[in-house]
Design a protein around this ligand. Structure first.
Ligand SMILES: *[C@@H]1O[C@H](CO)[C@@H](O)[C@H](O)[C@H]1NC(C)=O
Ligand SMILES: *[C@@H]1O[C@H](CO)[C@@H](O)[C@H](O)[C@H]1NC(C)=O
Ligand SMILES: *[C@@H]1O[C@H](CO)[C@@H](O)[C@H](O)[C@H]1NC(C)=O
Ligand SMILES: *[C@@H]1O[C@H](CO)[C@@H](O)[C@H](O)[C@H]1NC(C)=O
Ligand SMILES: *[C@@H]1O[C@H](CO)[C@@H](O)[C@H](O)[C@H]1NC(C)=O
Ligand SMILES: *[C@@H]1O[C@H](CO)[C@@H](O)[C@H](O)[C@H]1NC(C)=O
Length: 838
């Protein structure tokens, strides 16, 4: 059959680790979200929280502006504009007490399972919706009159809806007929069904050839009859994962992802395949990194992007690996045309004696098995599938699997992400200022994040990651409303509504351009939604390069110099807070580039740490950020180190504004001094609170961060915030146990109490001169901060080593990184993976 995947978990992990660390030239193997929006910074969020909500189904009627939500024992009708505006209607549909009792007697959990979980909710006709619920392990379906929002009829649902609320389930309603796929009865095997009044169509399961322990993920109706030259039928596509029927070793149960399809007009066979599909065909879908034979085999969700006609439709899929110890996700997309050509290609045949699928090389009966009824067949008098010859149906019964595999567009994943499990995807098409349509993907994770990413074939840029919930919970459903410009997220705790874009987050022209958000453009004064503007001729946007269009922009910020005065020997933290995870920082002292190989300097992603300061460290320090070829000044510090400090002064930040920078690319908002000082006070307070919380949390659990970094040498960066209880006095800035420490992010303004144990005097500001743009990133330690941030996702980290600057751990770590960087420079993709790993 299909190429066998790697056999040993360890090899997989090593391979992926190698792939992700060692290569980067051909494809970004771990795309980093540009900005991270934590829960606390979410704006314009509406949360529909209801105890009945769990395992939601959602149906958006964009024209009517209604979002229907199926939950536990209830269906809600919400105002799509604002789901929490209080105008929602509720239809209660609880499981009856006797069914609940029966469910309990069957040994089911009366706290989770013995309810009426709504699993299906779709439009039936102009006046009614169709709904199915598990009804305490005794499924029922019904019609809902939209006007009165009441159930008008209730009928048996056991051929349409699973009994178990947790089972994978998908279905579509076409012309009043329901095509569904799930495991229907208790402990039965999975099946694809068409449930009608008289007749039930099913998959043929006698030999386990059609479906092997299938878990269904998605389905879609594709109207292939529209403008079809051969009079083809509409088809329903199903996406799922299933077990492999081939025998490998004893313990292995590999799974693969599949697409299957049936014809809408299929009525089953006359003698053979009676009440069975005569048009069921399936094929493997591949999502892999071709150079490494690494397969993302577990499909977790699909999205069909209708681009106006079925011929141009594409399917998006989110995948993870089936090996539990590889936490990584991939997104692949497929064209319908590619899927169709696989279904028109050669068949596989199962060889019972050797337990293997092999290519079928023999003769094919006519008409071709698995086809829908077309004009040509109708002309021969074969009006329905019942008229098909026995030998065609006999062949179809034994050959449901296609030989070719469905490969992604451009033969590789669109996006790879380490340390994330993607659970859901929805895609919007956005017309950008350049006249191009861009696909914008909204991807949900199993820990409650949304990644928003723009596809610029073949690359993908993750614009942002948004934390939706205070405590992690999986994203289960995603629905986009173009009309409301909203994204609705269904999860265990309820439905969340967020705007598709929040352009006003970007304050300067470069902010707006660097974001590369197709929804946003710069109008000369602000970053705004381009759809809200009639005349766009003066707007700028740069999706492809993310760097041009701002040369005339006049929004500038005078950078405010901060003054730090400390006694020699103290440690000094100079913050340089940059919001973008893709930017790197660069430090200058006395207008020359900082020699960060010097032992006392430690550069982290948040700032510069001067350890054990000497008198000679006095000077003017400036921090620049560099992103996508755009450089700007972020912070300026006047640092003076004194032999001894005067005792009667208190720390006081300078508020002397610098003259507007000469660098045309320096940009930031003008802030009033008052605001600035107030911000310092507030942020200082916040910082202290944050520190206490961090230490408290660190005591509760060893790590607080979401991301880990494993370097090949086994050196591990942990996002620990310090040790519990054993931390020495703050004035000494000593950490008892840390070779790596996190110092929580702080705002631009912040000389914090932690950094100074001494008073401050105001010093005159130096005129900042921007350093030349680096023509090339060297592989030395200079790129360490950006490397770290990149590899580590987006944890704001600051490296802090032991007081012994020559700590062997520190050295092995930096050496390791240098080696990796060196490798990245010189090695191309390895052509073939190690034979032993395949
Ligand atoms: C939605 O409505 C609620 C209640 O009226 C209101 O508090 C909230 O601000 C509204 N949300 C938005 C984004 O307008
Ligand atoms: C569920 O079952 C347990 C044990 O049979 C019983 O004590 C409990 O009251 C039941 N809960 C409900 C909500 O029926
Ligand atoms: C829609 O379907 C319902 C239920 O079968 C039926 O009562 C109603 O008359 C139908 N409405 C229209 C407009 O066909
Ligand atoms: C097929 O349909 C055509 C036209 O509707 C009809 O004339 C013919 O008898 C049908 N053939 C069979 C085998 O039912
Ligand atoms: C910038 O200004 C120059 C001269 O005023 C003008 O020619 C140019 O078109 C402007 N560029 C943009 C991107 O607005
Ligand atoms: C910066 O310049 C001052 C005097 O102008 C000097 O004392 C100091 O050592 C310099 N700092 C560094 C780090 O070179």
């Amino acid at each position: 059959m299909v190429k066998q995947t790697v056999k040993m978990d360890c090899l997989y992990q090593c391979l992926l680790a190698f792939v992700i660390v060692g290569v980067g030239t051909a494809m970004d193997l771990d795309v980093t979200p540009r900005i991270t929006i934590p829960y606390s910074e979410l704006v314009d969020v509406n949360r529909f929280i209801n105890t009945a909500v769990s395992n939601v189904t959602m149906l958006l009627e964009d024209d009517a502006g209604i979002l229907y939500v199926g939950a536990r024992g209830a269906i809600f009708s919400l105002n799509a504009r604002n789901i929490t505006d209080g105008t929602n209607k509720t239809l209660n549909w609880e499981a009856s007490p006797d069914k609940q009792k029966a469910c309990e007697i069957k040994g089911r959990n009366n706290k989770t399972e013995c309810f009426n979980h709504i699993r299906f909710l779709q439009r039936f006709n102009e006046t009614h919706l169709y709904v199915c619920g598990t009804f305490a392990f005794s499924p029922l379906c019904g019609h809902i009159d939209i006007k009165t929002f009441h159930l008008t009829s209730i009928s048996e649902g056991k051929e349409k809806c699973p009994f178990d609320p947790s089972l994978g389930y998908t279905g579509v309603l076409v012309d009043g007929k329901m095509y569904t796929a799930t495991e229907y009865e208790f402990q039965s095997t999975a099946d694809i069904r068409l449930a009608q009044e008289q007749r039930l169509l099913k998959t043929e399961d006698s030999h386990n050839l059609w479906l092997v322990d299938a878990k269904f993920v998605g389905s879609a109706l594709i109207q292939e009859s529209v403008n079809s030259l051969v009079g083809d039928d509409d088809k329903i596509y199903f996406f799922f994962t299933e077990g492999v029927k081939e025998k490998y070793t004893e313990h292995e149960k590999p799974r693969v992802s599949r697409v299957a399809r049936v014809c809408k007009g299929d009525v089953g066979g006359q003698r053979i395949l009676q009440k069975k599909w005569t048009s069921f065909l399936k094929a493997r879908i591949i999502c892999s990194i071709p150079e490494f034979v690494f397969y993302f085999d577990i499909l977790t969700s699909t999205f069909v992007l209708d681009r106006g006609s079925w011929q141009t439709s594409v399917f998006y899929g989110t995948f993870t690996s089936q090996w539990k110890n590889v936490e990584a996700s991939a997104i692949c997309r497929y064209s319908l045309a590619d899927i169709q050509s696989v279904f028109e290609g050669p068949y596989m045949e199962y060889m019972e004696d050797i337990h293997k699928w092999t290519k079928y090389e023999g003769e094919l009966p006519s008409p071709r098995p698995g086809l829908c009824i077309t004009n040509e067949l109708r002309m021969k008098g074969q009006n329905t599938s019942k008229d098909l010859p026995d030998k065609v149906l006999g062949f179809q019964k034994l050959h449901p699997l296609m030989y070719d595999e469905v490969k992604p567009i451009e033969d590789r994943p669109l996006l790879l992400k380490k340390n994330a499990l993607y659970t859901r995807i929805a895609v919007d098409q956005v017309m950008a200022l350049d006249g191009q349509e861009y696909d914008v993907m909204f991807i949900g994770t199993d820990d409650g994040y949304i990644h928003k990413a723009v596809v610029m074939s073949p690359k993908v840029h993750i614009i942002e990651e948004v934390q939706l919930f205070r405590s992690p919970e999986p994203v289960e459903k995603l629905v986009i409303s173009k009309k409301q410009k909203s994204l609705y997220i269904g999860s265990l705790s309820g439905v969340v509504q967020i705007p598709l874009s929040n352009c006003s987050r970007y304050i300067t022209c470069y902010d707006c351009i660097l974001a590369r958000d197709p929804y946003c453009g710069w109008n000369g004064d602000a970053c705004i939604e381009i759809s809200s503007v009639e005349n766009r001729t003066l707007m700028v946007q740069d999706i492809v390069k993310g760097s041009t269009g701002c040369s005339n922009s006049t929004v500038r910020v005078p950078i405010i110099q901060k003054v730090k005065t400390v006694q020699q020997g103290a440690d000094i933290m100079l913050f340089c807070d940059i919001d973008s995870n893709l930017a790197s920082t660069k430090w200058q002292v006395n207008n020359t580039e900082l020699n960060i190989m010097q032992q006392n300097y430690k550069v982290g992603t948040d700032g510069l740490l001067i350890l054990n300061s000497l008198l000679s460290h006095t000077g003017n320090y400036s921090c620049y950020k560099e992103e996508n070829g755009v450089q700007s000044l972020v912070a300026v510090y006047a640092v003076s180190i004194l032999m001894e400090l005067p005792t009667d002064e208190v720390e006081k930040p300078s508020s002397t504004p610098l003259p507007s920078p000469t660098n045309p690319e320096s940009w930031h908002v003008v802030k009033a001094e008052v605001v600035y000082i107030a911000a310092i006070i507030i942020l200082g307070g916040v910082c202290v609170v944050l520190m206490s919380v961090l230490f408290y949390v660190a005591c509760l659990q060893n790590k607080t961060g979401k991301y880990h970094l494993n370097t090949p040498s086994g050196v591990e960066l942990q996002t620990v915030s310090g040790s519990c209880g054993s931390r020495k006095a703050e004035s000494n800035q000593e950490y008892a146990d840390g070779f790596l420490q996190i110092i929580p992010g702080e705002a631009v303004s912040g000389p914090s109490n932690r950094d100074l144990n001494s008073p401050v005097r105001q010093l005159p500001p130096p005129p900042p001169v921007p350093p030349p743009l680096p023509t090339e990133f060297t592989n030395g330690i200079t790129t360490l901060p950006s490397m770290l941030k990149k590899m580590n996702g987006n944890t704001y980290m600051l490296l802090r080593q032991n007081d012994e600057a020559s700590s062997p751990l520190y050295h092995s770590f930096t050496e390791e990184l240098s080696k990796i960087l060196e490798k990245r420079k010189h090695t191309q993709l390895v052509e073939k993976p190690d034979e032993s790993s395949v």
